[in-house]
Design a binder for this molecule. Structure first.
Ligand code: GDP
Ligand code: MG
Length: 666
């Protein structure tokens, strides 16, 4: 016996030493300390020490319960490879009160070592016992109940008191959840001598448990509920660790498989025991539960699960949104700068879908109603964040469409090749269609499924703008054409009118008017021809013709005015007079002889009327002063010019007379 004790002691001492050196030594957490404070480190441990943050539901939670110094920590360390504090055989030190938690080595199992649950033994109040029972039941799938063999059958013993507490709080927690969720009570009977077979021990325990159950006062409506509605039971026994150390290790080794190997036929962590708390939410759930327990508030698990779901779904949504925003934010500036981003539709969809996938991955594990609600919230948030992108892109597409239409129209009109006459209605329709197509294709590409985004309003506006644009372009081209025609008119009339006015003889005005008429006729034909492309209404065309006529008239009268300035007109008339008076029929200079009649040719030349032989009818157009435009010279100027001309003509006449006298004198 002594040897065995020594061996066991060595082992325990070895384990104690291990705490400081082994990798696992820092992987246990004092989850709830002796002052009943819940550790703030759980999230950190789950994520960074146990690496279970992404485990979802793929992990398990067990807790051990039982009287002080019944070898609980020893058992856990053997089963899970943990390093919970074990009371030294020699020192008999009390281990720290509270709840310790660690990850099973190489297992997806978290295990809680609940110390000091048994207040009765130490004469303490049972407050902590009750609280830790509540906490363990609310979180764990399997509750290992550890007891000595000699404690079995002691109906009034400390163990049964503990179990009574467990059952009571279980009804409080899961009463309404009858038959849906169960907790496995896994009894480990220690120092099993072997005289009483395990089945007998199990039966004794079951009978005691049932008696306890019967004695409980049940909540209303649950009077007939059975213990098996809430619990599953399993029993195992272990040999005396000190008396049969090899057998003890052997049995513990077998038991270990039941906790560590999912393929074991007697694997303890079965789906119905799961509390369905995703690993990444465990810290919130557990601390929330503990807080409720501490404040003695009603602990109702469905509400706790909902609260957890709300909290976690929000957290998960925020992470998803953050990633989403990173992916799209750089495009905002480009859109605001007015640039169409061709790939925006796919970028936006990808960012949105990835955010939802990321959210679904983690959040879908939580309370389904909450999850669904939060999902809608997130989706709405994503969509409202994206909407300005959609609207901005539409605006830019609108602009791009107008620009395209403008270029198309300008190109069509600026074609030098006249042989291929363009048809405005065809060209403008093509330009408008292409622009509209650019817009609609772009708008469709950015419209996102599951949204109510629409571009019809913008499209309608665009169609109106395109129509206006085409009309404006047409007006511009018309103006250009008219300017050209006007230049043509001027070019064609200036020379002949000048020539006509240089010859102020008979039919001078006739020639001027003829020039006007021929040029105008020509221009009108040109106008008709050129305006074919514009697809004009007859009314508009008539109006343009009228304008052209007026324009021609104005140009003609302006030229006449230009040729009729003071000196010029006198000079021209004098020329004409001299031509008539001083040249004969053959155009040769006259030499007056005394026999010649000077007076008659003089009068004829002086009184010649340029209107002679002129026959034309002028139509007036209403909105301009036609009569006025017919007056080249005012009465006063006519008088003056007449006087000047007469004086000069008289002088010429006098000179002619003198020349005869001179000839006679010789
Ligand atoms: P706990 O307080 O229930 O966690 O118990 P410990 O694991 O700290 O063990 C208390 C003492 O019991 C230690 O000295 C252990 O060596 C000893 N011990 C552990 N397992 C057994 C066992 O199966 N049988 C006996 N008799 N002693 C054990
Ligand atoms: Mg212990």
């Amino acid at each position: 016996t002594n040897g065995a004790t020594a061996a066991a002691n060595t082992m325990d001492t070895f384990q104690m030493k291990d705490l400081s050196t082994m990798e696992g030594s820092d992987t246990q957490l004092h989850l709830i300390d002796e002052d009943k404070q819940f550790s703030g480190e759980l999230a950190n441990f789950i994520q960074h020490k146990w690496h279970l943050n992404d485990a979802g539901f793929n992990y398990h939670l067990a807790a051990v319960f039982g009287s002080q110094s019944t070898g609980k920590s020893t058992l856990l360390n053997r089963l899970f490879g943990t390093h919970f504090d074990v009371m030294s055989e020699s020192a008999r030190r009390q281990t720290t009160k509270g709840i310790w938690i660690s990850r099973g080595k190489g297992m997806r199992v978290l295990v809680m070592d609940v110390e000091g649950t048994d207040g009765r033994e130490r004469g303490e109040d049972q407050d902590f016992e009750r609280k830790s029972a509540l906490f363990s039941l609310a979180t764990s799938e399997v509750l290992i109940v550890n007891m000595w063999e000699h404690q079995v059958g002691l109906y009034n013993g400390a163990n049964m008191g503990l179990l009574k507490t467990v059952f009571e709080v279980n009804l409080q927690l899961f009463g309404g959840n009858r038959g849906k969720e169960k907790t496995l009570l896994f009894f480990v009977i220690r120092d099993h001598v072997g005289a009483t077979p395990l089945t007998n021990l199990a039966n004794t325990l079951l009978a005691d448990l049932d008696r306890i159950w019967q004695s409980l006062s049940k909540p209303e409506g649950l009077e007939d509920c059975r213990i098996t509605d809430y619990f599953a039971f399993d029993f195992t026994a272990l040999p005396h660790k000190l008396l049969q150390p090899e057998k003890f290790e052997e049995e513990v080794g077998k038991l270990r498989l039941r906790f560590s190997s999912p393929s074991d036929p007697e694997y303890v962590f079965q789906p119905p025991y799961s509390k369905r708390i995703p690993a990444d939410g465990l810290h919130i759930y557990a601390s929330g539960i503990w807080e409720k327990i501490m404040t003695n508030k009603d602990l109702d698990l469905p509400t706790q699960q909902e609260l957890l779901a709300q909290f976690r779904c929000d957290e998960i949504a925020n992470v998803a949104f953050g990633q989403f925003f990173e992916a799209i934010k750089s495009f905002r500036h480009t859109i605001e700068a007015g640039t169409v981003i061709n790939e925006l539709g796919s970028v936006v969809k990808k960012a949105r879908d990835e955010a939802m996938i990321s959210f679904d991955k983690d959040a879908s594990r939580y309370h389904s109603e909450v999850y669904k609600r939060k999902r809608v919230e997130l989706l709405n948030k994503l969509h409202s964040t994206l909407e300005p992108y959609f609207v901005g892109q539409l605006k830019n597409l609108h602009k791009a469409a107008l620009a395209l239409c403008t270029t198309q129209l300008q190109q069509a009109f600026s074609r030098k090749d006249d042989s291929q006459a363009i048809d405005f209605s065809v060209v403008s329709k093509k330009a408008k269609d292409e622009a509209l197509d650019l817009f609609i294709t772009g708008a469709k590409a950015i419209r996102l499924d599951q949204t109510e985004w629409e571009y019809e309003e913008e499209q309608f506006q665009l169609e109106r703008d395109l129509l206006e644009l085409a009309n404006q372009q047409r007006e511009k081209e018309l103006t250009k054409m008219l300017t050209l025609l006007e230049k043509h008119l001027k070019r064609e009339m200036d020379e002949p009118i000048k020539l006509a006015l240089d010859q102020p003889g008979p039919n001078m005005w006739g020639r001027v008017i003829d020039t006007y008429k021929t040029t105008l006729d020509e221009a009108q034909v040109m106008l008709r021809k050129k305006s074919q492309v514009f697809d004009l209404e007859e009314e508009k065309l008539t109006l343009m013709e009228e304008n052209l006529r007026r324009q021609a008239w104005v140009l003609m009268t302006m030229k006449v005015q230009e040729e009729s300035i003071e000196g010029l007109i006198v000079y021209k008339l004098l020329n004409r007079f001299e031509e008539q008076f001083q040249r004969d029929e053959r155009g040769l200079p006259r030499v007056w002889k005394p026999s010649d009649d000077i007076d008659a040719p003089f009068r004829k030349a002086r009184n010649e009327d340029p209107l002679t032989g002129t026959k034309f009818v002028l139509e007036s157009t209403d909105d301009f002063d036609f009569e006025q435009s017919l007056k080249v010279l005012s009465e006063t100027r006519q008088q003056e010019i007449g006087n000047q001309l007469r004086r000069k003509a008289d002088a010429t006449f006098v000179e002619a007379k003198r020349s005869i006298v001179a000839t006679q004198a010789k």
